[in-house]
Ligand binder design. Sequence first.
Ligand SMILES: [Zn+2]
Length: 431
Amino acid sequence: MAKVRLESWIWDRLHERMPREELGYLQGLRLAAAVRRAYERVPLYRAKLNAAGVQPADIRGIDDVRRLPFTTKDELRDAKPFGLLAVRRTEVVRVHPSSGTTGKPTVVSYTHRDLALWTDLIARALAASGVRPGVVLQNAYGYGLFTGGLGFQYGAERIGALVVPAGGGNPERQLTMLRDFGSGVLLCTPSFAATILDAAGNEARDLPVAAGIFGGEPSSEALRARLEAGFGIRAHDTYGLSEVIGPGVAHECAERSGPHLYEDHFFPEIIDPETEEPVGEGEPGELVLTAMTREASPLLRYRTRDRTRFLSEPCRCGRTLRRIERVSGRTEDVLTVRGRTVVPQEVEEVLLSMGELEPQYQIAHDRREDALEVRVEVADTIRSDPERMGATLRRSTAALRARFGEGARVQLVPARSLPRSEGKAKRVVSM
Ligand SMILES: [Zn+2]
């Protein structure tokens, strides 16, 4: 089946290509309005701002953002479901409780205007990946509470694309639908894309899909390269988080060199998570976002716990919105083994740089021996040859030890023996 032809385009030329000086002025106005609304309508914000000695009138430009106190995930959890609402409860038309993988869920509320904004931002993202009227888009993000399902659905319909609301799971049926509908774009988590690729086997490159929009979990460049080569597609990284709005916070253009952040709505800062001070230009740190235009739930300096850095060189696509490096991990997934920091996506990078390993792995911290246990699948062709098995084990152990120290251990397991991701992958397991 021939690949669908896709061409990247710009949905919102005014805002996506706005001169930086004008953008800064717009951000200043939006920040001042957001702080005023939060102060007047949300008791928690009023108390926090008073404690920090900041009044709404003190916010005269975007640089004043640094005077505001941070907001943490714990505060959102404690305030659920409606403690941070800046509108009347009856103006809320949708809620999305977050997945709550690491504790109590948080609840995000949307007014009609919030949903319209979200839809528009998703349309921006999809246009950057070449979605236009008539293109068939298969949305394999989970529908329901997870924001990837409904979020992308509305944005794609706004453009006029045809959406197959496949939802997560069932890789075989995903393949049937990709073929039957001639889906040109596949949306899902990178780990679920790897599961579909695995199920497709040799015919993956013959599928009509020409672009993948992958996000919702941190992943490595090495996995992107595997998915691009495997399906014969261009993979666009997409970024968002439900506490802020859902997907539609940042998205890659045709250059695919880090997602452009929608700074006209979400003011970004990158800080050192320990000192809470801004990092140097281009240095990695924790992303902090201020949602300046959210009606139901404005968010001031929200600590995302996502690790990234700014890429400030102008992009060839013409967008003036700054890019960030693809998110390289969540702080809660980071392990410390024998004093070394281990980010799961860095393990992935090392494993996939060796051609013979599959993108299916689990890592665990063996606390008794303070060791990093890595289980990774090998292809059947290698497993059936003891000599190649031995060589692969030696090479992968050496590569991991070179990066993470002598505490790293590898276990090669048969293909298709680890649990497959049908949504967000669970890379770190306990043992
Ligand atoms: Zn660009």
